[in-house]
Design a protein around this ligand. Sequence first.
Ligand code: SAH
Length: 411
Amino acid sequence: MTVMLGIDLAGRDVLMVGGGAVAARRLRRFLEEGACVRLVAPALHPDTALLVERFGLAWRPGRFRGSDVTGAWLVHAATGDARVDREVAERCERKRILCINASDGAHGSTRLTAQAEVGDVTVAVTSTVGADPRRSVAVRDAIVDLVGEGRLPLRRRRAGRSGRVDLVGGGPGPADLMTVRARRLIAEADVVVTDRLGPAAEIVRGLDPDVEVIDVGKVPGRHPVPQEEINRIIVERAAGGRRVVRLKGGDPFVFGRGGEEMQACLAAGIPVEITPGVSSAIAVPQAAGIPVTHRGTAAAFHVVNGQGRIGEGTLAALADATVTTVVLMGVAALDRLVAAALAHGVPADRPMAFVESGHTAQQRTTRTTLGRAVADAQVVGLRNPAVIVIGEVAAETLLLPSSDSIGAVLA
Ligand code: SAH
């Protein structure tokens, strides 16, 4: 039987007996934990010598003596000589000092675990049937992967003082287009504040029943929860010690008001971090096979909020045949945008595409041109959410082989 203890080595005296390569590896680990490490060895491997020099470790050159263990909380025997290691372990046993014995097959009173930090947990694995470090490492890595992907129940059951807010990008819809980090943060969250867009519905279904879910989803033209209220909700929950995930469609900093939420947290002294998401500005055109840049066709792309003022920058982008204009929240403003572009001299045959509900089962793409866009939007009944693409990349034939190259292939 082994009892695994989480021992805080910071500032504690640890003795390493041995100066070889194994000792160097273990020393690094103790040093990372902030231990005060001493060393006894007749000679040092270059790796160990480097650590002694860099960290100014106390090294007593010579063979192990019983008195070396005095004052240590933990002793590590790694002399490469099983007899000496055993002598060290026996000495520690008598003095009731924890001892790790690195000799093959032997265990001192204490074992090192295969350990890793992931999120805010430490995973440590050891074997109960004799040392088998490679197996322990493999098991540890598998657990770390699961934790990292948010597939283990990581949520804290006890409220602490570590309230915080994570502004998390959820991508355009499917949960498997979220980042691994987003999944982990959601698995750890006490409160999830969601929007209408993105993977919210699928994610909420998988949450523990006692996770508080607050839907502040906005429908264009209708704002059920004003932004100041959202800011207040996330700050207040985090100030009460809870871990808050503010889950947004796409990326939080692309027309997501993530900047304002971050400001609110910073102003209130709440720890806040941001996790990027796949933005619909790129991913939704892509879902319809439209690259926002394409060598020889589009060298830049301009992303604009269709509800906003049509500024000089947007008009310049529209007029430039080598720039793709990507319009979010543009359905209601389509007429206005098209009229402005035409008035600015953009040719009526400039290709356009509407991509509705990208990356969902309802995805629908309509190819049109600037001149026909308004009529075609009516015919198909264009609806939110949709991304509007204006530019040569929106031409249906862009990625198809040209008749010339088909000829070349056939020839
Ligand atoms: N932060 C988000 C954008 C929020 S603005 C992002 O980075 O993606 C909301 C607009 O995004 C919608 O009006 C629509 O234009 C677009 N949008 C988001 N998800 C979409 C989807 N799955 N399909 C089509 N458009 C989408």
